[in-house]
Design a protein around this ligand. Structure first.
Ligand SMILES: *Cc1c(COP(=O)(O)O)cnc(C)c1O
Length: 472
C-alpha cells in the first residue's frame, strides 16, 4: 500500500503532539442488542470510530500578494492534488466493504464540468433557470418506470442526492397520505429510515428479523394486530445494508391483508438503495413492481451503477405527489422534492451508463457479482472461516477481523462480530484472491496462540454458518 499516506498521517499526529485516541471518542455506552425473541444477544461493544480527520486536514491559506507572479501557490496546490490523486488510486484498489461500483469511465462527460447544472424544482416542469438537465433526468426516470412497471402518466419521481433522500421522500409521501400512520420497519433497516421517523416525529415500530436479515412477518403480524386502528406505513428492504437480505414483499402484503388492512389503509415504501437495481436481473427473483400495492421505490445511483458523485432515484405514484406538492412562483415550478437545488450532473451520468449498458449489460454484471460472491463465500468456508451469503445477494458476511488496521486497509464495514464484503462489478476474482491470501496470513498470526479464538457468529448468521471453535 501507499506508505507515504500512512507516514504522512503519523508525522502530522506527532508534530501536533496529539495522539488520536478512539476510545476517548467512543466511550458512550452501547445499548444492548435484543433479538426478535427478546433475548439480549450482546451486552456491550464499543463502536470504534474512524480517525479524527481534524489533525490531518488540509488548511486553507491566504494567497500571498505575489503568488500570481511567482506561481508558488499554484505549484503547491498542484502538488497537494497530485498526492491526493495517488491516495485515491490506492484506496480504490483496496476497497471491498461498501457497495460502490468503482469501475466506470465517464471521460466523455468531462466537457460538462464547466457548467453549473441544476434541476431545482420538479423534474417534469421546467423552471426559469435554464442550465438544467431535465431532458436527461426524465429519460432516466422513464427507464426506471419501465423497470418497476408503472405507466409514464402514472408515476412521478426524481433523481435524488442519494438513497437516503429517496427514503426520506418515500416515507414523507407515506406520512402525507396517512398523517396518523405508524411506521413499521425491520430492525435491520438502514439508519436513514429511523432518521426519517425522528425527523417527521412519526411513531415507529421496529420489527424483528430472521437470521438471514429478512423481516420476520410473524412479528410484523403481532405488532400490526396491536395497532389495527391506525394506518400502516411500511419500509420494505430490497437488500439490507449489513446482510443484503431481501424482505419478502409478497408476504408483507399478505400479512397486511390478513390483519384486515385494506389497500387504502397502508403505504409501502421499498428501500432498494442496495439491491433494487440488481434484483430485477436475478433469475427467479420476486419482483418489485407498481402492479403490486406499493407506494414508492428508491435506489442509490452510485452503488451498483457507479457514479463519481452520490445520487439516487425515487419513484412514486403521481396521485400522491399531486396531493402534497406546492407551486412556487419564484421557480415557476413545483416543489415536491426534499432538496431545493438538485445536482444536474448526476442524471447525465446515469443516462450515460444506462444507455451504454442497458438491461443486457446489467444482467451480465449482476450474474458476475453473484458468481464472485459465491466464490468468496466458498473460499472463506474452505479456510475454516464463518461466512454467510444470502440467496439473492452479493453481500458476503464473515468473521470480523481481529485487527482494526486490516479492517481499515480493506475498508470493510463491520457490525458486532460480523464484517462484510459486497461484491460489486469492479470486484474481480483476482482482487478477492489477493484479499483472501492476506486474510489467511493475518489470521495465522492473530490466532497462533490458542488462547485467542476467532469470534462466534452463531447469533449473527446462525450456527449452521458459524465455524468458530464451538460450532465447527
Ligand atoms: C446505502 C443504503 C441506503 C442509503 O443510501 P445512501 O445512498 O448511502 O444515502 C439506504 N438503504 C440501504 C439498504 C442501503 O444499503
Amino acid at each position: 500500500m501507499d506508505g507515504n499516506v500512512e507516514s504522512e498521517v503519523t508525522s502530522v499526529l506527532k508534530s501536533n503532539g496529539k495522539v488520536f485516541d478512539p476510545a476517548a471518542v467512543a466511550s458512550e455506552p452501547v445499548p444492548p442488542v435484543v433479538a426478535a425473541d427478546g433475548a439480549i444477544v450482546e451486552n456491550k461493544r464499543e463502536i470504534v470510530l474512524g480517525r479524527n480527520v481534524h489533525t490531518t486536514c488540509l488548511a486553507i491559506t491566504e494567497p500571498d500578494f505575489d503568488d500570481e507572479s511567482t506561481g508558488d501557490k499554484e505549484a503547491f496546490m498542484a502538488g497537494v492534488l497530485a498526492r491526493y490523486r495517488k491516495t485515491l488510486i490506492e484506496r480504490t484498489k483496496h476497497h471491498l466493504g461498501y457497495p460502490y461500483n468503482l469501475d466506470f469511465d465517464y471521460g466523455a462527460l468531462a466537457q460538462l464540468q464547466h457548467f453549473s447544472i441544476n434541476n431545482l424544482g420538479d423534474p417534469f416542469i421546467e423552471s426559469n433557470y435554464g442550465v438544467h438537465s431535465r431532458q436527461f433526468e426524465v429519460g432516466v426516470l422513464d427507464w426506471f418506470a419501465r423497470l418497476w412497471e408503472i405507466e409514464k402518466d402514472e408515476y412521478w419521481g426524481y433523481i435524488t442526492n442519494c438513497g437516503t433522500e429517496g427514503n426520506l421522500h418515500g416515507i414523507l409521501v407515506g406520512r402525507e397520505v396517512f398523517p396518523d400512520g405508524i411506521l413499521y420497519a425491520s430492525q435491520e433497516s438502514h439508519y436513514s429510515v429511523f432518521k426519517a421517523a425522528r425527523m417527521y416525529r412519526m411513531e415507529c415500530v421496529k420489527i424483528g428479523t430472521l437470521v438471514t436479515g429478512e423481516i420476520d412477518c410473524a412479528d410484523f403480524k403481532a405488532k400490526l394486530l396491536l395497532n389495527k386502528d391506525k394506518p400502516a406505513i411500511i419500509n420494505v428492504n430490497i437488500g439490507t445494508t449489513v446482510k443484503g437480505a431481501v424482505d419478502d414483499l409478497d408476504l408483507v402484503i399478505k400479512t397486511l391483508e390478513e390483519c384486515g388492512f385494506s389497500h387504502d389503509r397502508f403505504y409501502i415504501h421499498c428501500d432498494g438503495a442496495l439491491f433494487g437495481l440488481m434484483m430485477p436481473f436475478v433469475k427467479r427473483a420476486p419482483k418489485v413492481s407498481f402492479k403490486k400495492p406499493i407506494g414508492s421505490v428508491s435506489v442509490s445511483g452510485h452503488k451498483f451503477v457507479g457514479c463519481p458523485m452520490p445520487c439516487g432515484v425515487q419513484l412514486t405514484r403521481i396521485e400522491h405527489i399531486n396531493a402534497l406538492s406546492r407551486n412556487v412562483e419564484y421557480l415557476a415550478s413545483r416543489d415536491a422534492t426534499i432538496m431545493g437545488s438538485r445536482n444536474g450532473h448526476a442524471p447525465i451520468f446515469l443516462w450515460y451508463t444506462l444507455n451504454r449498458k442497458g438491461y443486457k449489460g446489467f444482467q451480465k454484471e449482476v450474474q458476475k457479482c453473484l458468481r464472485n460472491a459465491h466464490y468468496l463465500k466458498d473460499r472463506l468456508r474452505e479456510e475454516g472461516i464463518s461466512a454467510m451469503l444470502n440467496e439473492m445477494s452479493s453481500t458476503v458476511v464473515f468473521e470480523r477481523p481481529l485487527d482494526e488496521e486490516f479492517v481499515r486497509r480493506w475498508q470493510l464495514a463491520c457490525e458486532r462480530n460480523m464484517a462484510h464484503v459486497i461484491v460489486m462489478p469492479n470486484v474481480t476474482v483476482e482482487k478477492l484472491d489477493y484479499f483472501l491470501n492476506e486474510l489467511i496470513i493475518k489470521r495465522s498470526i492473530w490466532y497462533k496462540d490458542e488462547k485467542v479464538r476467532p469470534p462466534c457468529l452463531a447469533a449473527d448468521i446462525g450456527s449452521e454458518n458459524c465455524v468458530c471453535p464451538l460450532h465447527k
